[in-house]
Design a protein around this ligand. Structure first.
Ligand code: AMP
Length: 570
């Protein structure tokens, strides 16, 4: 099998039949069927169900504060009423720029109640990146943290489609002096912000206004989530109400989660993993979600001790940070029945180290923003096999309703099990496309079949393995970096003649960004200066950690830079 995998021999109808037979179904957990009957067709219906069943129960644990489903619902309803009376039209976009704060839940639910679509923005974005995403999404409202308003938003409001900016302090829904003091230490004290309205004021105003009936449909956009994808400028995957509700149910049924299963929120809420694997899953279950503003190993461990979560999902980097923490050995993590990892390769050495120190086996999950989080999950208690050739751990098996195939990259024909090719996914979790980008959509997901850009294979049993990426995208700690975006910035530097950016292996981040540049004749600069130049213009995770100076960069005969060649250099 191992040698056959290196070439895409054979294929066609016989290979297609091997995937259509869905051999993975025999690996499913007990009680999980080949297809799933969706309980909810919209996220609003899913949310309303949680509120009616679990109104008095905790929806959020934020440090020591408990917010019930009814309390979150009351705030969200009031905000929705204020959004509507402020002119938000059905389908209007409300951007959210926050850390893992209760405001995420309140603003998201409010947007849906007002019949709008949320735009998920990364708090790491710099001004010019933010301006691009605001313009692309056409967001008319932004809910954002005060410190982010001052640092990045205030410079880009003019010229953006924003009509309203609602600012909030992370402590706005946090009680307890100690927790408030902690947040003030992290982001500064609450302050008045020129040119923006306080979110609390909008909620107060909306509480005395009746919310008009706004109905959302299953295929409506629930959230626009930006992904750099394979090529081109950042584009927003349109996560639908039905797709989000579907994958929330997939997670819950697969891992047997219910109301007694607090979810530990360590993935960022702006990423599809946090949106679906934290918010939507906990709401589907009617269980609490544990939030700590930002990922801080000490606070995460304290929250686990206090709130006893049973489920979490995060990129491997989070587990790496926890496994190195000196207090790990003295913290009781036994409540965590499922610790899933996705968004980036899951390394066996880290899985083993984590298991040694905690007794918990990290579970592999695979998916993309374009699959509304998981397309593949690992059955509980059944660790995925390890590929002897590449040492890659299986990423899981396709979830109910998903058809995954491996196809020849050139012909797009299915290749036999055991053979390398591009992973293609179809099913109810695949998004209908990219916002406002029909050409990019038909290229990436023709006929609803998503070409993932990931190279891998399926074994005879139906396990999938991701061996390499077809795309050049760099994956630093789960954060995806688009090399050309960094190159574009380097090209802005007066001394730079050519620039190529590649991902190179890094023991902590999985991959890190390395730049190769050649300089203009007579010009000079330093590695430090170029890195600082990028830092002023890009989120820090996108910035090169090292720069190599070359006389000439390698190119193909048609003049394309040979990034692969550079990546392979020691
Ligand atoms: P995103 O849209 O940010 O979630 O990124 C999706 C990409 O992350 C996929 O196309 C893969 O390249 C990578 N990825 C996700 N899960 C895994 C996994 N379990 N193993 C390896 N790569 C993964």
């Amino acid at each position: 099998m191992t040698t056959a995998r290196l070439s895409a021999a054979g294929g066609g109808a016989e290979a297609a039949a091997a995937y259509a037979a869905r051999p993975w179904l025999t690996l499913y957990p007990e009680g999980v069927g080949a297809t799933l009957e969706p309980r909810f067709s919209t996220m609003t219906a899913l949310w309303d169900d949680a509120v009616s069943r679990r109104g008095g129960s905790p929806a959020l644990y934020v440090f020591g504060t408990v917010l019930t489903y009814a309390e979150v619902d009351t705030a969200a309803t009031a905000l929705a009423a204020d959004l509507v009376s402020g002119g938000l039209a059905p389908g209007g976009r409300v951007a959210i720029l926050a850390q893992n704060d209760p405001q995420w839940a309140i603003a998201l639910v409010a947007t849906w109640k007002a019949g709008g679509a949320a735009v998920s923005l990364s708090p790491l974005l710099k001004g010019r990146e933010l301006a691009i995403e605001l313009a692309d999404s056409g967001a008319s409202v932004l809910v954002c943290l005060e410190d982010l308003y001052e640092d990045v938003v205030s410079d880009v409001v003019d010229g953006s489609p924003l009509e309203r900016v609602l600012v909030t302090h992370p402590a706005d829904w946090v009680e307890g002096d100690e927790d408030r003091a902690h947040l003030a230490e992290v982001v500064g004290a609450r302050r008045a912000v020129d040119g923006a309205e306080p979110l609390l004021e909008a909620v107060r105003r909306g509480s005395s206004v009746a919310l008009p009936q706004r109905v959302v449909a299953p295929g409506d956009v629930a959230a626009l989530v930006y992904t750099s994808g394979t090529t081109g400028p950042p584009k927003a995957a349109m996560l639908t109400h039905a797709g989000m509700a579907y994958n929330a149910q997939v997670f819950a049924e697969w891992f047997g989660l219910g109301a007694e299963d607090p979810v530990l929120g360590i993935a960022p809420l702006f990423h599809v993993t946090g949106l679906v694997g934290h918010l939507a899953v906990s709401w589907y279950c009617g269980s609490p979600l544990v939030l700590t503003h930002r990922f801080d190993p000490e606070l995460v461990l304290a929250s686990v001790e206090q709130w006893r979560p049973t489920f979490t999902i995060a990129a491997l980097t989070a587990y790496l940070a926890l496994v190195e923490h000196p207090r790990l050995g003295s913290v009781d993590l036994s409540s965590l029945r499922t610790a899933a990892s996705g968004g980036a390769p899951v390394t066996k050495a880290v899985v083993d180290r984590f298991a040694e120190r905690t007794g918990i086996t990290i579970t592999s999950v695979y998916g993309l923003t374009e699959t509304t989080s998981p397309s593949h999950l690992t059955p509980p208690g059944c660790p995925g096999p390890v590929d002897p050739l590449t040492s890659a751990i299986a990423v899981g098996v396709p979830v109910p309703g998903a058809l995954a195939e491996v196809v020849d990259a050139a012909t797009a024909e299915p290749v036999p099990p055991g053979t390398l090719g591009e992973i293609v996914i179809s099913g109810p979790m695949v998004v209908p496309g990219y916002w406002g980008k029909p050409d990019e959509t038909s290229k990436a997901m023709p006929g609803g079949r998503l070409f993932t850009g990931d190279v891998g294979f399926m074994d005879e049993a139906g396990w999938f393995y991701v061996v390499d990426r077809k795309k050049d995208q760099i994956n630093a700690s789960g954060y995806k970096v688009w090399p050309r975006e960094v190159e574009d910035v380097l090209y802005e530097h007066p001394a730079v003649r050519e620039a190529a950016v590649v991902g190179v292996p890094d023991p902590y981040r999985g991959e890190t960004v390395r730049a190769h540049v050649s300089l203009r004749a007579g010009a000079s600069t330093t590695e430090r200066e170029l890195i600082d130049f990028c830092r002023e213009r890009l989120a820090s995770y996108k910035c090169p950690r090292s720069v190599r100076f070359e006389d000439e960069l390698p190119k193909t005969s048609s003049g394309k830079l040979l990034r692969r060649d550079l990546r392979d250099r020691p």
